[in-house]
Write a protein that binds this ligand. Structure first.
Ligand code: NDP
Length: 512
């Protein structure tokens, strides 16, 4: 099984050459002197190494994440110690399972070089490389948020970032937004308290924050909230300590976590959940999908299900922390979403951000690849694509081979009905009333049939001349089809009208 070391070593160069190389692999003649036109002359363009080196230098950064730009992270394992199979079938949550994982901690408003101890909510984002694909829980060190609808999220972040005219952060913008957004009161209370200035990432709790769904093997669904309780305890800085640290040790959290892991002092978090039966969501005293609210622990006590430990530092910060694409839409069977309007927005926004920052093939980077075998997909090509499906596979569904990219539903719809199989898709989840969300065909009306209107067009509208032209055009367009596809074409056109099927066959076979 792929462990965290395998994941961290993916992409590492062996540096087998005795000398440095240009990017094409050929030897570099000098890292000290560029090529000049004579000893005192100017540098010339055929110094390819110089050009490559300057060009690479100019392109070292990818755009910051807009929120959560300043981050730190480490790797380790999730251990599940309790049986929660009654609530979820997700493989990573089965008792005894150990799953390699990443954690990225961050501040929200500052840029990538900003101090770790500026007062802020802190990101607490986890990636689990499970046997059913990557599962990410992308939360914070607070169980709530400033708003309950993602349509307000850009407004909020823009109020916390820099003033358009001055380029300065602005208390006036921050308080202007907060005081005009009363739903922020719970989170601002949290932020202005001690937990707005944690002493280290090791000493803060994490929360999935949103309400999620768990689905068991019988298809029963439950609402769930994740809590990650620091076994180091929660310890915060006073405002004065945080201000001092911002000047003296702006990378305090990054340094603290790195050094703790280097000395073998591995931080752990207890993994706990609150579980709510589906129907109780209707009547609970707080709206359980509202991200500005918690579920009281008196009503829904936390159950410990295991723990995680961080015990490996990144081998390369850029490749493994800067480019790790943590994303709440990374789900696995046995977990699902809820109607939380903040979560719904984030399902789109996070992957979109990575498409912009890193490029549309960001999931092909070693740190973002799953460990349960190669991705099997019809999506293809694009900038920096280096994975491709096996030779002989076809890039669309449905197709005759299903090679390289089969799907759970066949997609085959060649008969008279418009029927399309409805897939038992637990990952689509249930709505707030417990109804399974729907993936399947339209409501069928009396005359809904795939061929009926093509039949009417052929039979009742076209005159004989047009019918003959149609048959000729079809037969001509079939030039080059393989025998199996040829037979499918005859069936297809026979379904439109037997005369048409017969005429197409006649013209095509006589042309061969
Ligand atoms: P409880 O008394 O059962 O829980 C209170 C919780 O508050 C504690 O367990 C701790 O959560 C957290 N807490 C303690 N000190 C602070 C602090 N200085 N700043 C922020 N949080 C702190 O009550 P309820 O579950 O009914 O919740 C009451 C309030 O507690 C909520 O309104 C919320 O503000 C806060 N809270 C609740 C959480 C929940 O999920 N129910 C989680 C965190 C805070 P922890 O053990 O997670 O550190």
């Amino acid at each position: 099984m792929t462990g965290i070391d395998d994941i961290l070593n993916r992409g590492e160069r062996t540096n087998a050459h005795a000398h440095t190389t240009k990017l094409n692999g050929s030897p570099v003649q000098s890292e000290n002197h560029s090529v000049t036109s004579g000893q005192q002359g100017p540098v010339i363009l055929n110094d390819i190494h110089l050009i490559e080196k300057l060009a690479a230098f100019n392109r070292q950064v990818v755009p910051d994440r807009i929120p959560h730009a300043k981050g730190l992270g480490a790797f380790g394992e999730l251990h599940i110690t309790e049986d929660v199979s009654a609530y979820t079938k997700a493989s990573l949550f089965q008792k005894g399972t150990v799953t390699p994982m990443a954690a990225r901690f961050s501040t929200v408003a500052g840029e990538s070089g900003s101090p770790d101890t500026w007062r802020d909510v802190h990101g607490f984002a986890l990636r689990f490389w499970t046997q059913e694909g990557n599962y990410d829980i992308v939360g914070n060190n607070t169980p709530v948020f400033f708003m309950r609808d993602s349509v307000k999220f850009p407004d909020f972040i823009q109020s916390q970032k820099r003033h358009p005219a001055t380029g300065l952060r602005s208390a006036d913008m921050q308080w202007d937004f907060w005081t005009r957004t009363p739903e922020s009161a719970h989170q601002v209370t949290y932020l202005m308290g001690g937990r707005g200035t944690p002493r280290s990432a090791r000493e803060m709790n994490g929360y999935g924050s949103h309400t999620f769904q768990w689905i068991n093997a019988e298809g029963e669904a439950f609402w769930v909230k994740y809590h990650f309780i620091s076994e180091q305890g929660v310890h915060n800085l006073t405002q004065d300590e945080a201000t001092k640290a911002a000047g003296e040790t702006p990378d305090l959290h990054r340094q603290d976590l790195y050094e703790a892991i280097e000395r073998g002092d591995f931080p752990r978090w207890s993994v706990e959940v609150q579980i709510m039966p589906l129907d109780e969501a209707e009547t609970y005293r707080f709206n359980p999908f509202d991200l500005t609210k918690v579920w009281s622990k008196k009503d829904y006590p936390r159950k410990k299900i295991g723990y995680f430990e961080l015990n490996r530092n990144p081998v390369n910060f850029h490749a493994q922390i800067e480019q790790i694409a943590l994303d709440p839409s990374n789900l696995v069977p046995g977990v699902g979403f809820s109607p939380d309007k903040m979560l719904q927005g984030r399902i789109f926004a996070y992957s979109d951000q990575q498409r912009y920052r890193i490029g549309p093939n960001y999931r092909q980077l070693p740190i973002n690849q799953p460990v349960n075998g190669d991705v099997n997909t019809y999506s293809q090509n694009g900038p920096m694509a280096y994975q491709f499906n096996e030779n002989g596979s076809l890039p669309y569904s449905p197709n005759k081979t299903n090679k390289g990219a089969g799907v759970l539903d066949s997609g085959e719809t060649s008969d008279h009905s418009a029927e399309h199989p409805v897939v038992d898709d637990a990952m689509v989840g249930n709505d707030q009333h417990g109804n399974q969300l729907y993936r399947g065909q339209y409501v069928q009306h009396a005359e809904d049939d795939n061929f009926i209107q093509a039949t009417i067009l052929y039979r009742d509208v076209m005159n004989d001349e047009e019918k003959e032209e149609l048959a000729n055009n079809i037969a001509g367009a079939m030039d080059g089809v393989k025998p199996e596809t040829e037979q499918r074409c005859y069936e297809y056109w026979t379904n439109v009208h037997p005369d048409l099927g017969a005429r197409v066959k006649e013209i095509f076979t006589s042309s061969k």
